[in-house]
Design a protein around this ligand. Structure first.
Ligand SMILES: C[S@@+](CC[C@H](N)C(=O)[O-])C[C@H]1O[C@@H](n2cnc3c(N)ncnc32)[C@H](O)[C@@H]1O
Length: 337
């Protein structure tokens, strides 16, 4: 491109991207979209309802209009079709859990990204030397917030896993590191013949049980309490692990794949789903940024490509492996024993 035509617009947009991001995150924190889901409302009334200062409110609302997150007709504000469906806390389709966590934790921790890049060290609560999940889960509110956030992150990919994987050939499955149970529930709802469950740390059990009950599948999904480092994985036909391998270093990743291999019957399968980085490592910016997020959040975790995962699966003995795209940045790697 001729030099005269170059503009810094893309650079400036990315560089100031956190302004828009934080505006959306604050709107979610304030419950703006949940409020507007009750019906369009005049700016002055909305300011009062959210207890905002009059100096900030108009720019805040109109910035969200300009960012495509709200609509305004005259002085009345309304949700867009997307914010109404996905950011109203009262709807089952709410995906704000992960964004609530971005607001409450990650926004701050990403402020130390440069330090993380220089030291290779996590920049979250573990800076004080404790382990990530132990520290996160010590506070019941943070625990529930994180587990719910995982459902927000995984519900879309889970619906595609429920469609794309040949579930009819199998009878049992366990989602290892299941969090609230978001993935297991979507699979169970789509395939009534399946019995299954979720395995996670003991502290997760009540949150999982409440969620599967609320979604009407408690009869078919049970909780397996344990640690995938200390305990064997539950025996079943299909093991699912979503956003698990990326939390751990290479040795730990391979150990988890080996544990899955050991417990599966011949013909059984492991499904790994993550924000899979494209094999050329040039396109899936979300996957690559997720890997930097693992730098912020964990001691040795990193995201990986489909080709990386297929190689690890082959190394532990899986006979056949396959990569499939799910939605957005997400993909799955399936290994058949
Ligand atoms: C990043 S979340 C992924 C949740 C879910 N699979 C998903 O994709 O939405 C990681 C999960 O691993 C669980 N976990 C961490 N350490 C574990 C361990 N040692 N044993 C079992 N589960 C563990 C956490 O409690 C958490 O639910």
């Amino acid at each position: 491109m001729a030099k005269g035509r170059l503009t810094p617009a893309k650079i400036m947009q990315l560089g100031t991207g956190f302004w828009g991001s934080k505006t959306l995150l604050s709107a979610i924190e304030l419950g703006l979209f949940t409020e507007l889901a009750k019906g369009p409302i005049d700016g002055a009334a909305l300011t009062k309802r959210l207890q905002l200062h009059p100096r900030s409110a108009r720019d805040f609302f109109d910035a969200l209009v300009a960012l495509g997150m709200l609509k305004r007709t005259g002085s009345r504000y309304a949700n867009t079709a997307e914010t109404s469906l996905f950011l109203d806390r009262a709807k089952a389709s709410y995906v704000g859990g992960i964004l609530e966590m971005c607001n409450a934790r990650l926004y701050r921790f990403w402020g130390s990204l440069t330090e993380g890049l220089r030291t290779g060290k996590a920049q979250n609560e573990v800076k004080t030397g404790e382990d990530f999940f132990g520290t996160l889960y010590a506070d019941p509110q943070r625990l529930e917030g994180f587990l719910k956030a995982m459902t927000g992150l995984s519900i879309g990919p889970a619906q595609v896993i429920a469609k794309k994987f040949p579930w009819k050939k199998y009878r049992t499955f366990v989602d290892v590191g299941c969090a609230q149970g978001g993935v297991a529930v979507e699979i169970a709802l789509a395939h009534k013949h399946l019995m299954g469950g979720g395995m996670d740390l003991p502290v997760v059990q009540p949150v999982f049980e409440a969620y599967v009950k609320a979604r009407g599948v408690a009869q078919r999904l049970r909780f397996h309490s344990g640690s995938f480092f200390k305990d064997p994985l539950p025996k079943c036909d299909v093991i699912v692990m979503g956003h698990i391998l990326h939390d751990w270093n290479l040795e730990e990743k391979i150990m988890l794949l080996r544990k899955a291999y050991d417990v599966l019957p011949p013909g059984g399968a492991v499904i790994i789903h993550e924000a899979l980085i494209d094999d050329a490592r040039k396109q899936n910016a979300f996957g690559l940024l997720m890997s930097l997020n693992m730098l912020i959040e964990t001691h040795g975790g990193f995201d990986f490509t489909g080709a990386d995962c297929r190689k690890w699966m082959k190394d532990v003995g899986f006979k056949r492996t396959q990569v499939a795209r799910l939605i957005g940045p997400d993909g799955m790697v399936v290994g058949y024993k």
